[in-house]
Design a protein around this ligand. Sequence first.
Ligand code: TNX
Length: 495
Amino acid sequence: MLGCNNSDHSEDSVQLISEFALIPHVYQIEDSTGTINMGSMLEIVWNNNPNETLKNQIFNQWHEIQSNQRQGQSTKLEIIIDIDLDLPHQEAYRLEIHQEGIIIRALSQEGVYRAWQTLRQILYLSRDEKIGCGTILDFPKYDYRGAMLDVARHFFSVDEVKRYLDQLAWYKINYFHMHLSDDQGWRIHINSWPLLTQIGGTSQVDGGTAGYYTQNQYQDIVNYAAERFITVVPEIDMPGHTNAALASYAELNCDNTKRELYYGREVGFSTLCVEKEITYQFAEDVIREISEITPGPYFHIGGDETHATPEDDYILFINRVMPLVGEYGKTVIGWDEINLGELPPDAIVQYWASAQNAINGIKKGAKVLMSPSSYAYLDMKYDSLTPIGYNWAGYIDTQKAYSWTPETLVEGIKKENIIGIEAPLWGETITNSQELEFLAFPRLLGYAEIGWSEKEDRRTWEEYKLDLAIHGLLLEELGINFYRDPKVNWLTESD
Ligand code: TNX
């Protein structure tokens, strides 16, 4: 038997597509009559402009999930990319589950990829091979749905980063911001300043084995992310948070004296020497080399917590450095303090601490990336018992992480001012993937939904937590070490 079967009278027990616990919640689902068998084999028909890598990825992931089906049936998946389709967004898609097979319609490969994540969840979450027919129309609320990983406080290997990227992909995250430098370490090789990694790459919080990415390794991460339709945003934090650079090169210090490598956790004590020309040569070289190997549109200059830089010096510095980002073809992003400078017209201010900073940025024409620390910081503890993480911005349990809306959180920051949301994971207290995952999951699923899902009707914790409970099975299957928040009735395999 292949495809839907209208004469099947056992439909009562068939799972309708509107019943699936999809996260992020999709825009619109309509059930239709009939059922389809999701076979153990997949036949992909993709005639115009097929992306072979994506086609293989879909093929392999389908078979990974369906390998337990023994019937050997085949399901047809047709992929149609057509820029003339009536779809409202570059990432939008229509996923049609018909009698004869499945059709994905999209404007772009990105749209196909997002559709595949929805289908992948359906496939994974279906109780048996047979599911109801129907159609999903879906598209993101915000263009930018990001996760940030701090690889400076503790180094994370290429494989650990890839593991996180694989996890993010399931939830339609499309930007991965890498915090590549800080007081405790410099993590990307710069050919014109080799000591940054030779010296500055050796330290991290509390010592232990640190490290850095060669430019090839960084490009490997960028490509791996791109295959998952995730864009890497590199950050070099300046002019504060620079002790690792100041320990590598004496000339970056005003007193021409190298700093000691730093293994502590305090912030706000370091600064580049703003008066020296060499500082701008350094900034330009770093921006140039990283921009050349970064296909994405953004370069993040940090700019936060510069308590060791007098305000006038800070303004002088960022006013010289922000245009350099534009010269190398990138759009500048900075933490909300950069609003003090003359922002380039396309600048993006990342709101983390001061709403006033973000609002001032908007007045200067900038857009805002929403990362309010008391809601969106993945390094905050869930509650007082959480063994890792911080609590300076408060405790953020899974409910609190989910229960905010970017465009109504702050008066003066409206939907049209916002490019999206990002969940930063600072690395002082995490040393490996298990600890990373414990803080990121399950909160990250809530951020994914806040960033993607337009419809307000389901945005209640009571409904969301039911779907989340089901996703616990998926997280478990993926081997993700997630926090079993006691507010959620997590399912187990036997439920
Ligand atoms: C503040 S958020 C920082 C980071 C720390 C973090 C710890 C921001 C722009 N700066 O340097 O790692 O708090 O939660």
